[in-house]
Design a protein around this ligand. Structure first.
Ligand code: PLP
Length: 441
């Protein structure tokens, strides 16, 4: 059974009175579908930089939240939000310069082929829109996603999110393929292996009379388990979907905005130009702004036949926030920081791996890191139970990470991009102590 990072009501007796009451209120008010992180849930009231604070003022090192890329409550972003909110907030049916200035600036980060951008409030909406555009452009309906992908909460995107569990019925024409897991395909050309899986899925669709519309991937394969190497492994699969008349859609909701260190977008690590790009999370450093960038020729038919209006997507406050996030990314050189601190963190993890055989593999790009825990390096049997203990052990040391992958055995390490060397040292020391407890060498 997969041991996910979630609060287990069986632990209720261990909670402090205030938190136990809050958990009960959540259950009563929000109903049964929500989940809390950690066996002992974290109650936070304030954030600053890489730190989250509980009501007593205890600081938690945030090594997980990719949304707050510029650091929690960055003053420049907060000031931009407050300034625009005190002047005007409307929608995209009026002329306003903020959305134009922001669109112009954002598009400069893309290859020239991608020249339009549309705005939404969430990554789910952006993926939903991309799928509608792909279906309209190609006339197809078949979508290929990876085995443990996550792409959102709407009917169409949840139907492409097998990581929601076996109770989630996938969309009718959705085909899944195993993610490009280089760890378990050692010695093989992972690009060729993945492309063959995509070709097989296309063949399967044709056999069922389904025309392919798109291959949709998260370019860092975060929920599948973080697959980062070798750079370029996606290129052959992109050719495969194009040859079949489908589009290549990249979900940059997690890797986008400089996190991978070497590039602004995850797809750039693969030397490919996608047809549609979706983005969200870090785009507003916590404010709900998301979007879809597109090749104009791919968007043309959709735009001619349908109108697009999203009440809140691209409003002037969101545009001002998006602009301020780009200011911080540039002024504080956060992509470079992600690369440098990412390398430092990786070296520290590699040295821990020399002590702890439970670490089977380390995969990373900048400040997006997956550390796979296994019971045995030869059998590579996933150690989900140990990963859960490490995640909770770190939480007790006030250091926050989570776990990913079908067996939840891959430590997911994804701090705000303002993470420093000193922060990395703190994290590595806490991880060392926790591993010594959970899986002594
Ligand atoms: C890869 C990926 N795509 C899409 C989404 C959906 O984004 P949102 O929660 O903003 O709707 C998520 C959210 O976790 C995600 O991780």
């Amino acid at each position: 059974m997969t041991i996910i990072n979630a609060y287990n009501p069986a632990h209720e007796a261990h909670l402090a009175r205030r938190e136990r009451d809050m958990v009960a209120r959540r259950q009563k008010l929000l109903g049964p579908a929500y989940r809390l992180f950690y066996a002992n849930p974290v109650h936070v009231v304030r954030g600053e930089g890489v730190w989250l604070y509980d009501p007593e003022g205890n600081a938690y090192l945030d090594v997980y939240n990719n949304v707050a890329c510029a650091g929690h409550c960055h003053p420049h972003v907060v000031a931009a939000l407050a300034k625009q909110a005190s002047m005007l907030n409307t929608h995209t049916r009026y002329l306003h310069e903020a959305i134009l200035d922001y669109a112009e600036r954002l598009l400069r980060y893309f290859p020239a082929e991608i020249a339009h951008v549309m705005f939404t409030c969430t990554g789910s909406e952006a993926n939903d829109l991309a799928l509608r555009v792909a279906k309209t452009h190609t006339g197809g309906t078949g979508i290929i996603v990876t085995d443990f992908a996550y792409h959102g909460v709407t009917e169409i995107t949840a139907g492409m999110s097998p990581s929601l569990g076996s109770a989630m019925t996938l969309g009718e024409n959705v085909c899944t393929v195993p993610a490009p897991d280089g760890y378990r395909c050692q010695g093989q050309n992972i690009g060729a292996v993945f492309a063959q899986r995509v070709r097989d899925a296309i063949g399967n669709m044709h056999a069922r009379g389904i025309k392919p519309a798109a291959l949709l991937v998260d370019t860092i394969f975060s929920s599948d388990g973080v697959f980062t190497a070798p750079q370029g492994f996606l290129a052959e699969a992109v050719d495969a979907i194009h040859e079949a008349g489908g589009l290549f859609i990249v979900d940059e909701v997690q890797p986008g905005f400089g996190r991978t260190g070497d590039r602004m977008w995850g797809f750039q690590r693969h030397g490919v130009v996608p047809d549609l790009v979706t983005m969200g999370k870090p785009m507003g450093n916590g404010h709900p702004i998301a979007g879809m960038a597109a090749r104009p020729e791919v968007l043309a038919r959709f735009g001619q036949s349908l109108r697009y209006f999203n009440t809140f997507g691209g409003n002037p406050v969101s545009a001002a926030v998006g602009m301020a996030v780009l200011d911080v990314l540039e002024n504080e050189k956060l992509q470079d920081n992600a690369r440098m601190i990412g390398e430092y963190l990786r070296a520290g993890l590699e040295s821990l791996a020399r002590c702890y055989p439970v670490i089977g593999d380390i995969r990373s790009a900048g400040l997006f890191v997956g550390v796979e825990l296994v019971h045995d390096r030869k059998s590579m049997e996933p150690a989900g139970n140990k990963a859960a203990r490490v995640v909770n052990g770190l939480r007790e040391r006030r250091v926050l990470i989570s776990a990913a992958g079908p067996s939840a055995n891959i430590l997911k390490i994804r701090p705000p991009l303002v993470f420093s060397k000193a922060n990395a040292d703190l994290f590595l020391t806490a991880l060392d102590e926790t591993l010594a407890e959970v899986s002594p060498p």
